[in-house]
Ligand binder design. Sequence first.
Ligand SMILES: [Zn+2]
Length: 379
Amino acid sequence: MTVRRVRTSWPAILIVGAVLVAGCHTTPPAGQTLPVLVSPAPSPGLPAPKRTAAPTARTDEAADNAVDRVIAISIDGLNPRAIRKLGQSRTPAFQRLMREGAYTVNARTVREQTLTLPNHVAMVTGRRVDDKHGGHGYTDNLDNGRTVHQAAGHYIASVFDVVHDNGGSTALFASKIKFTIYKRTWNAHGGPDRVGRDDGRAKIDRSTIDGDNTRLVANLTAELRRSPREFTFVHLSLPDRVGHSRGFMGKQYLDAVEHTDRLLGRILDTVAARPALRRHTLVLLTADHGGSGGQTHYASNNLQNYRIPFMAWGPGVAAGRDLYDLNPDYRNPGASRSSYRGKQPIRNADLANLATDALDLPRVPGSEFDSSHALNVFR
Ligand SMILES: [Zn+2]
């Protein structure tokens, strides 16, 4: 995203506060524009109109995208073909995301692997896997009892760090016990496994791990109503679970995607029903891998495994737009797997910095994907 905005949440308030204290004695340097607070415009529904900057501000720099919360949803093992196959009647929530949001059904995993944990670590760190090229280094698909920092040999920052260290609050809702790796890595430790820049503070303020997807979403929606965080990461696992036991893209798998659509619908309805959420929440949705025609998704050179969806929904998001049409700096990879050279496809690992960008925060330190905040989902 290239359009910058004036925040109406705490950083702008802090800046304005500093100006009020110091403003009696100083004037801003030539060329420096003071931030101007803009009142949110009432909106009956999504997508809300983008707030515009005050006339004195540089409009290209200060247009407001209205987002001050991000809910990032990863659906484990979601082959985007399933959404098309099931259609409007059986996937109304996915269809709503595509109709009211910006999306592609031809995004990519990281190139190296189509496994759950390496891709999920990439989503929150904005890094590839290969640690010889700046990747996060976590190649195991199970919780090996260590941290991502230990896998890489140095501290690996995440979107949780950036949001937390800038005064925001973060939450994790995951449906597989192996997401303990997130908790162990980005929760307070400071003990013997302390690595690099680890300041010993928890970067994930609340975490819930529950293998019952329905109960997990009930917990999530209650939390969204009660005390929404600036960044919430949600992992839903039903399609992957059924894919492993009954085969990906088979009848039972498609039923699992339909069931997951209902859970997604509850999340979207919760956001849409509350103006305070609806006007300020960006929902992102992607997957760690797909899968088809078998009970695994481990071959990283198989299109059915490396092709995933990427969707964005919220105030100011370009409704119904294809993300590749919106982003000429990215290249639709067709059916190819895509290397890390040249124009990139949209990847699940773009999620971390799309979130920091939408929240008007700096990029995740050490990240590679969307580290220039170029990916745009807004009108
Ligand atoms: Zn799996």
